[in-house]
Design a protein around this ligand. Structure first.
Ligand SMILES: [Zn+2]
Ligand SMILES: [Zn+2]
Length: 410
């Protein structure tokens, strides 16, 4: 039986790997395995919905993680608990097959102790952690990982990158050395953080790509140290690309000025927004929004009704409509403000973002290398096929409702 290590380098694209130049570990995995240059993801292309799709093989309408934050709950907490998934994930199937699993900071896995043996969850509760970082991690992670967390907590100063990823990777390496889990999922996010802050083409981002490559190298080294390298399949993938923005449009302020406040409420997803309706039919709301889309100062490129969303993207929720921005606009939820705000590098909401339609470039990638994996270059494939691929690598039967695995096998 092979081992499986999945590393999701948030927001990594083919262009990043080519531009960074110095990525020996990624290049070696690509050189020996299968590389899918362009992965068609889901809508909206946000981190938590994408990661939920990667581990379930299903679209947001099925797994229920329709955005990063839950609009329907007080305080708008992030979707982050494994129990929030409305369908099984690969961890259900691994558990059933008797395989041990470890997860480090993978979105939407918090609290999943009944399915994941060694768990350090993604942290989305910022207020709680600032005063007691160690206490928070100990409380939210598997008890067996206490010594590893204590050993590396010094690396971490909260909400700063790349320290979070360095902490996470140090923990991952020790989890491999100490527990040798059959499968391990990890999620370094420094590339995404710096893309938001500085823009995809900035030198800072390329430094982060090189750093993420070194993290991959550290994890590979940990398998060599434990003697599991030869039997490990390494997967490096990502969740979405990024598109630069130069302005932010306050959709709810447009609605307010048009006397539509309360009838339409926008919940921003970066390059798109989900529109909740009250006291107005979807038909009337669509007609109003399509009229707005004719005015380029509103930043709306396309308007999707609920039927179209479900049909094209498998996306559905308590919202009725989604609007897609033109390529240089991100949306905000604010009201009683200017409708348009100019954005430059280091803007507090970032100068580059995602959430856009998954067919827009640049797209995420998928790399796999190890025993049983072919040496192949594939231009394009689907994120929905990643979960059944993980199950096939681990010789675990995939449920019939999943898509076919990716064509990466010898
Ligand atoms: Zn992401
Ligand atoms: Zn992001």
């Amino acid at each position: 039986m092979p081992n499986l290590i999945v590393i999701s380098i948030d927001a990594l694209t083919d262009e990043d790997i080519r531009k960074a130049g110095d990525t020996p570990n990624l290049n070696s995995l690509i050189g020996s395995g299968t590389y899918i240059r362009s992965v068609n993801g889901i809508y909206p292309s946000l981190t938590h919905p994408c990661h939920a799709t990667i581990i379930t093989g299903k679209t947001p309408g099925v797994h229920g993680v329709v955005s990063n934050e839950d609009y329907g709950r007080h305080g708008r907490p992030w979707f982050n608990s494994l129990s929030e998934l409305k369908c099984p994930s690969v961890f259900d199937y691994f558990k059933r097959a008797g395989l041990s699993s470890a997860v480090c900071r993978w979105p939407v896995t918090a609290g999943g102790f009944d399915k994941i043996d060694y768990l350090i969850p993604e942290i989305t509760d910022e207020n709680f952690i600032i005063d007691d970082c160690l206490g928070y991690y100990l409380k939210s992670s598997s008890p067996a990982l206490g010594p590893i967390i204590r050993k590396h907590i010094g690396i971490l100063s909260f909400k700063s990158q790349p320290q979070e990823d360095l902490f996470s990777t140090a923990c991952v390496c020790d989890i491999i050395r100490t527990f040798r889990p059959d499968v391990l999922f990890s999620h370094p996010a420094c590339v995404d953080t710096f893309k938001h802050r500085k823009g995809s083409d900035s030198p800072e981002v390329l430094e982060m790509v090189k750093l993420a490559d070194r993290m991959v190298g550290d994890i590979i080294q940990a398998t060599k140290d434990t003697g599991t390298y030869e039997k490990t399949v390494f997967v490096v993938l990502s969740d979405h690309g990024h598109i630069r923005v130069d302005r932010e449009i306050a959709l709810n302020e447009i609605f307010r000025r048009d006397g539509m406040e309360g009838k339409l409420t926008a919940d921003e997803c970066g390059h798109s927004a989900q529109i909740y309706l009250e006291g107005i039919t979807e038909e009337d709301a669509l007609a109003y929004l399509k009229e707005k889309a004719k005015d380029s100062s509103c930043g709306i490129e396309r308007v999707f009704g609920s039927q179209e969303l479900k049909q094209h993207y498998g996306t559905s929720g308590n919202f009725s409509i989604m609007v897609e921005s033109d390529d240089h606009t991100q949306f905000s939820n604010e009201t009683y403000c200017a409708i348009e705000r100019k954005i430059t590098v280091d803007d507090h909401h970032g100068c580059s973002t995602h959430g856009h339609m998954p067919e827009k470039d640049p797209k995420p990638v998928f790399i796999a290398s190890g025993p049983g994996i072919a040496h192949r270059l594939i231009e394009e494939d689907s994120m929905l096929r990643e979960a059944p691929t993980f199950l096939k690598i681990m010789k675990t039967e995939a449920p019939s409702y999943m898509e076919e695995p990716l064509d990466i096998f010898c």
